[in-house]
Design a protein around this ligand. Sequence first.
Ligand code: NAP
Length: 682
Amino acid sequence: MDPETNAADDATMPKDSSAPLISTLDFFLLSALIGFGVYWFFFRRDNSIKDDEFRKLSVVQPTLTRTDSFMDGFISRMKKGGRNIAIFYGSQTGTAEEFAGRLMKDAQRYGMKALVLDPEECSMDQLPEVINIEKSLAIFCMATYGEGDPTDNAQDFYEWLENCDEDLKGMKFAVFGLGNRTYEHYNSMAKFVDKRLEELGGERVYPLGLGDDDANIEEDFVTWKEGFWPAVCQNLGVESSGEDVSFRAYTLTVHDTDVLNMETVYTGEVARIKSYKNQRPPYDSKNPYLSPINVNRELHNGGDRSCMHIEFDITDTRIRYETGDHVAVYPVNDTTIVEAIGKRVGIDLDTIFSLNNLDEESNKKHPFPCPTSYRTALTHYLDIIHPPRTNVIHELIDYCSDEKDKDFLKSLSDPTPEGKKKYQEWVVDSRRNILAVLEEVPSCMPAMDHLCELMPRLQARYYSIASSPKAHPTSIHICAIVVEYTSKANRLIKGVATSYLKDKIPAGEMKHHVPVYVRKSQFRLPFKVSHPVMLIGPGTGLAPFIGFIQDRAYHKKNGKDVGDTILYTGFRKKAEDYIYQKELEAWKEEGVLSELHVAFSRDGPKKVYVQHLLMENKESVWKLISSQGHIYVCGDARHMARDVHDTIIAIVRDCGGKTEQQASDFVRGLQNKGRYSADVWS
Ligand code: NAP
């Protein structure tokens, strides 16, 4: 029933049941009301196209309520700037956005003009209108996130594309995907967009490109582009071979600090100026909370690695989290590397500058918050540790005065098989950062502002939350191994975030503050606490399960009928890296953990892993699976999660009397029903 009609009926309901239902006066009032309603409806339809569009958006596509941040939409912006290519990106860590920007510069080399667009800021129902632009093309750089999910900024676009029935007949498109082969749903977003655009009538101008971040996504992208641009030129009838010229996307302004209001200078804030001084909830990715670190202690008892247990204080912040969520930490780069870059490039790091987008139609005015100093940009905003991509190496060539250096950089950025191999070995495998590259080409003196334009944004790092809000409502715990290793080229490599966190040890009242926010996840305990759960997480893969177990302990203490909680975890050596041993053994003792299975891989003559213990207990594993049990896996995606998955299939096959195929389908069914969940990292 229509709720509005219902409400009106209630309002006119006669008190006396013997009275006629509608009096003459009521009849007139009702007629007037209907008449006004009809007039209002048609008046709106005839005179307010914008509202009508809004109605269509909010009714037919409820998820696309955000309109273009530019009032006139992306099509009119394309027309205004004489652009024929729209490049959309679905980006979580910035790489898809970076690739979209590179395609935009490529388009310029081929004599075309492109506009880079964030689908979250566009009315995507304008997509069919792309065809109205001469020689037009829509390119999609789509990253797949987590368990085959769209990135946050592509969520609405994904839902719109899935549900819409737009006619995209003749719309030329191409898709490049960014994924990771170690994950089960490899590049699923790009595959979906590519397939769906074709189903709606789009014309694919070049086959779907699949980038694999586990191997070499840069090489995949460069190889795809090599075939892509000639195909585009041919398809659109553009005669160009792509000139090898450098284009700048941003222009530099150096500010005079004598006249600049220093209150307007960013000092590391993610978005809002002075947000770290005037902290205001709600806290999110654009407005992180500067959390005090209450605890930072070592979890390992020996060995050559360090594992930190960190507790972030969220008292009085309105920050809410659930077990299974992730906490994001905005790290800060090593100041010695920042200083060294400044020295190498010969600039005053305290120069205040702005980089302003040359493209007035772009949504992005600056590549990072501006005005700021080079020191702040290198410390807070730019990823100076990631090996520079081939386009960055290529741009450095022009800054060399020595031919030998030029030739060397050319050989690294050449899109030939030899060039790709050399880049992979010399830059990627040896983990050379921008400073290490510059140190090997002494005559190269790049402009600092150009480097700032080319380097990717420093991203927040996500950690599985190792606590339950039921046990710890005012703090968020994580555990993390400090990343430190020697690369193939014998260079000491340090993880940006864990190096930043490791020294943040509270000393009495003195506490370090770190910008954090909570990111919701799908990794959730079953709704019914009575359902049994099996948690499989070796190493720091144990993190979210500490929260899960605290949750179960809370319910048990409160007299709830809690199902079995079975944990499979594993470490290298019992005496060294068995983290949370005391807590786990106490939970086992108290009956919070029904079973505790720990595999030690380096204590005996043979490696023992969690999957070996699962296989040893296959009958009880099968019993859990066949009695509404839920399986959770956390940790390494590349090997462990796959091996565990294969083991579960083998157990279903052996104990459930199924063929390999039937067992595999059965496990897929468990995944689809949310009874087999993974939170894995590579
Ligand atoms: P780790 O100490 O290196 O490994 C834990 C145990 O797993 C070791 O006994 C190891 O044995 C064993 N193992 C190795 N290969 C395995 C396989 N194929 N199947 C089953 N077990 C295997 O682990 P970690 O350093 O804590 O890292 C765990 C994973 O979590 C890493 O992949 C890491 O990237 C990921 N991670 C988790 C988080 C989080 O917050 N949860 C954050 C970042 C990363 P051997 O080494 O002796 O072979």
